[in-house]
Design a protein around this ligand. Sequence first.
Ligand SMILES: [Zn+2]
Ligand SMILES: [Zn+2]
Length: 280
Amino acid sequence: MSARSIFQRAEIAYSSGDAPEALKLYAKAIRKILADEDVTQPFLPAGMEPPDMPRELIGAIWRNLCGFFRDPALGFNATTAPDAYKLMASFKPSNEQHNSYQAFAKRGAHGLAILKAMQITATFTTGLMAWDKKDRATAARRYQDALALADTHPPFNSKSPKAGLETWVCADVQQTRDNLKILIDTDTKHAIILGEETIGRKETRELPKPSVRFEPDGSISLDDQVSFATDVCYACGSRGAKMSKCSKCKKATYCGRECQLAHWPTHKAPCKAVTSASAS
Ligand SMILES: [Zn+2]
Ligand SMILES: [Zn+2]
């Protein structure tokens, strides 16, 4: 059975209310394309696609698959939908030699752009899923990974993307950027409230006054504990999800080599104090 027919079966399952079956079929259809079909084959006849939809069949199915995992109301995750989740998670950015790399590479630049689109949207999706589990640090890391990957392909960062794949990915990239900015701004605010500007990711503190949190479902909750999603650059004060650490004390974090070098005269003494204290 062709991937297109499997996809049609998925849409029938979904419209009859069977989302788990639809998700299973999405994964099956994508595996079928990766195995022996053209990853660039069109989704609908030219001119019939909505402008924000990928023009490729694999992109259209991928959009639905990621969409299912992004909707907390559907309750899909690594436990409830292991096969589809495994497929999505295999499209992480570190997988430069993805096991289906050849299926994309043999279609040239267009094929490789589709692979990158799938990696960016999958990484953003796993970030959103971490966020739903209140794991802010993992969410921030995934958002940063997705943005770093988008930076390697300018059309996915365009302010006026072309209809199709680019419009779809650009919308995700913009949302990723917005979400990461919210995490960074919140951490910055909390660090100031706590008077501990160098507090780093995964560290948790009690807030003197509860902080208001806006949930994705529109509800509002109060938090009296905060866990940090980002690290701060000890030199310039910017925050981010991926900072490099001082190799000596493993504590000071920097946005880049320049900041680390610039900060060394200031950091030298505290760094020595930390390393000699842990050595004794
Ligand atoms: Zn810096
Ligand atoms: Zn150090």
